[in-house]
Design a binder for this molecule. Structure first.
Ligand SMILES: C[S@@+](CC[C@H](N)C(=O)[O-])C[C@H]1O[C@@H](n2cnc3c(N)ncnc32)[C@H](O)[C@@H]1O
Length: 283
């Protein structure tokens, strides 16, 4: 599949628009009021929530940019910040994309600090998530939604982690065993280490991520990339595990009949959920 570019999305490229497996289409103004979720299965019928003040704009119905390919559902960030942070807290997003985290922070009176290799807004500072211009232990929470392997072409920057294939088979030690996605996981470990460095002891952080499946062209089967499990295992070496939430995806691609037909006939699964992985830096 050809990668898509942020800002030039395919229809329904946001990560949580209404879809076939979830409730019907909900329009701004009709969205249910957000309440703190209490189980490990999260679902909401829209990518965004209605807010009186989102992004500093009265009556805004969007946080970040729904046209940005790969934008995070803002209500997921709202859940995290409402549960784990207080007004005035500093929230770091090292891969800020369209700035969804910054808008939710503005909405909830938190101080959002956003970075990205390819900033889309003035408030986002250009930096590599593996080396942020931040002091140690300066953040009260981190939220990150990294690339899930190579399916979106975020920028031309060679440092973009979205250029690293989590399904690539290689032998990093010459004659050693075949390892899958070595470069992707090494890069992500550096980002996780950086998050641990900037987080205050005793404070929390979240990684929002999906597994990936790359179909082999023209025939059955493909490569499954268990990105969620791999990243959780890596992050456990740096922080305490707190929980794992399964977030139902309503991506519009899940509405396409031909995708379901292919999944059935060619014996693979479409991604129906994202992981929200929660961690705490030990005191
Ligand atoms: C899934 S998008 C983030 C979406 C964002 N949360 C939003 O709601 O718009 C992943 C982002 O990671 C950025 N990225 C990839 N590699 C990076 C790196 N090494 N350092 C900083 N940002 C990086 C990409 O430019 C892209 O904007």
């Amino acid at each position: 599949m050809k990668p898509i570019r942020p800002g030039q999305p395919r229809k329904g490229s946001g990560r949580d628009g209404p879809g076939r497996n979830g409730p019907g289409r909900v329009r701004p103004g009709d969205r249910p009021k957000l309440r703190v979720m209490t189980t490990t299965l999260w679902e909401y019928p829209s990518q965004h929530y209605d807010s009186a003040t989102s992004g500093g704009q009265v009556g805004s119905t969007m946080q970040g940019d729904k046209a940005y390919a790969g934008a995070t559902p803002s209500w997921v960030i709202w859940q995290c910040l409402t549960r784990y942070t207080r007004e005035g807290d500093v929230i770091v997003d090292p891969m800020c994309g369209s700035g969804t985290t910054l808008d939710v922070c503005a909405d909830l009176n938190r101080k959002g600090v956003g970075f990205d290799l390819a900033p889309t807004r003035d408030e986002i500072t250009q930096a590599d998530a593996r080396e942020l211009p931040l002091d140690n232990a300066c953040a009260d929470f981190f939220f990150m939604d990294p690339p899930y392997s190579t399916h979106i072409d975020y920028s031309d920057d060679p440092r973009c982690i979205g250029k690293l294939d989590a399904g690539e088979q290689g032998k990093p030690d010459g004659d050693g065993p075949v390892v899958m996605g070595e470069a992707y996981y090494v890069a992500m470990e550096e980002v996780i280490a950086e998050m641990e460095r900037v987080l205050r002891p005793g404070r929390y952080g979240a990684i929002y991520v999906s597994d990936s499946f790359k179909k082999t062209k023209g025939r059955k089967g493909g490569t499954f990339m268990p990105i969620g499990f791999e990243l959780y295992a890596i992050a456990r070496d740096y922080m305490e595990p707190v929980d794992i939430i399964s977030v139902v995806r309503h991506n519009a691609k899940l509405q396409r009949g031909n995708w379901h037909k292919a999944a059935e006939e060619q014996n693979f699964f479409l991604r129906g959920f994202n992981y929200l992985m929660l961690f705490r830096k030990p005191k």
